[in-house]
Design a protein around this ligand. Structure first.
Ligand SMILES: C[S@@+](CC[C@H](N)C(=O)[O-])C[C@H]1O[C@@H](n2cnc3c(N)ncnc32)[C@H](O)[C@@H]1O
Ligand code: SF4
Length: 399
């Protein structure tokens, strides 16, 4: 059966998560194209939390209208921007507000992003009391020279202090972000960065290649970056070091100790549902009644978001082709791959709809099908080449 005849099947809605966007930073990093804005006259904490909770009221009503039963939040991710600019009291009001409006699973993962330049031990204690049980700290590099070239507001000693403050607050589940292929970075400097990061003993590491994003200061005035061969060698070296230290690569850029994979991000990559509240936040929600999936975006600029009676700026109901492409874009990032049943459950489409794309990608050696031996389940996985050339892999699923 081809894509056009893909049959819709009734399905249980997928797991549900919540993303909360806090859009302010001390200053804008020259490589960053996230929806983040330098703080000018202080953060309007109270007004912003009020706006987030109004936004969530509408989202909750929407969830209620699309399903016959309560759908617990399996994770909450408070990202930015720099959420660690907010006080513990503000985070408490936000998370109490979430718990009074939504069913939150007892074991929900609740992550907050922190910039080491904004760490305040009292804030961290407040976050833990509010219910945050995982921190994602933007270390970026452990070399002070590199941090300066990246325009960061902190030193490597600040990163060490941030990790200590997290642990002192009782939060041991720690992701550390590290970037590579940095201005003037060589193999030895990159090795040292990974080594010093590992010494901080995180449970999870996100390892991102620095990219020059359009409309950033770095795109306008590019720094001298390692050439592609050196960037590959840096990445390969890190993969080996991280594996030797007990970190499993489970997604293109994500490495975890056993049991410490990021459940919130896994839900994105498995094409689960999520509500998005806050300036510029995106959400994806399946309607079990109509069999449709809708994406919703919120007003991007913080001032417009704060002022608006209606925070939503765009709604899109995904076509079958959108569902296939978006599923592929996410699920092929995962080393473990997925099964036909995963695809059917989370898109409502027949797995036959994947066949043309799979055939194209298999012919190029970008995907493999592995029979797990239990009769029914064939696991579809990106090959090592598929992970390295994800854009080529995904192209086979485009219209
Ligand atoms: C939204 S930031 C969150 C953390 C916090 N705002 C900070 O910077 O400390 C998420 C992560 O994306 C990565 N990132 C941002 N811009 C990037 C770029 N141009 N290339 C590669 N990674 C990038 C950084 O590692 C950053 O920590
Ligand atoms: S602190 Fe993070 S979100 Fe803010 S500008 Fe820098 S990279 Fe972007």
């Amino acid at each position: 059966m081809g894509i056009c005849q893909a049959a819709r099947r009734p399905s249980e809605p997928p797991p549900l998560a919540l993303y909360v966007h806090l859009p302010w930073c001390v200053r804008k990093c020259p490589y960053c194209d996230f929806n983040s804005h330098a703080v000018r006259d202080g953060i309007p904490e109270t007004a912003y939390i009020d706006a987030l909770l109004r936004d969530l009221d509408v989202e909750c009503a929407r969830v209620g209208a699309t399903s016959d039963r309560d759908r617990p939040l399996m994770s909450i991710f408070i990202g930015g921007g720099t959420p660690s600019l907010f006080s513990g009291a503000a985070m408490r009001r936000l998370l109490d507000g979430v718990r009074s409006r939504c069913v939150v699973a007892d074991d929900a993962e609740v992550t907050l992003e922190a910039n080491p330049g904004t760490v305040d031990a009292a804030h961290f204690a407040g976050y833990a009391e509010a219910g945050v049980n995982r921190l994602s700290i933007g270390v970026q590099s452990m070399s002070d020279k590199s941090l300066e070239r990246l325009g960061r507001i902190h030193s490597s000693a600040d990163a060490q202090r941030a990790v200590a403050a997290a642990r002192a607050a009782g939060i041991d589940n720690l992701n550390l972000d590290l970037m590579f292929a940095l201005p003037r970075q060589d193999l030895a400097a990159a090795r040292e960065d990974v080594q010093r990061l590992l010494a901080l003993a995180p449970t999870h590491i996100s390892y991102y290649e620095l990219t020059l994003e359009p409309n950033t200061a770095f795109a306008r005035q590019p720094p001298a970056l390692p050439d592609p061969d050196l960037a590959d060698a840096i990445q390969q070296q890190a993969f080996e070091r991280l594996a030797a230290a007990g970190f499993e690569r489970y997604e293109i850029s994500a490495f975890a100790r056993p049991g410490a994979r990021c459940r919130h991000n896994l839900n994105y990559w498995r094409f689960g549902d999520y509500l998005g509240i806050g300036a510029g936040a995106h959400g994806k929600l399946s309607d079990a009644r109509s069999g449709t999936v809708a994406r919703r975006a919120k007003r991007r600029h913080p001032e417009a978001y704060l002022k608006a009676d209606e925070p939503t700026s765009a709604v899109q109901t995904l076509s079958e082709q959108d569902l296939i492409e978006e599923f592929a874009l996410n699920a092929f990032r995962l080393v473990e791959g997925f099964t036909a049943a995963d695809f059917e459950r989370n898109t409502g489409l027949s797995a036959d709809a994947l066949e043309p794309g799979l055939c194209a990608a298999a012919a190029l050696g970008l995907v493999s099908r592995v029979d797990t031996g239990d009769g029914e389940q064939v696991v579809i996985r990106p090959t090592a080449r598929g992970l390295a050339f994800l854009n080529d892999l995904i192209a086979g699923f485009a219209a």
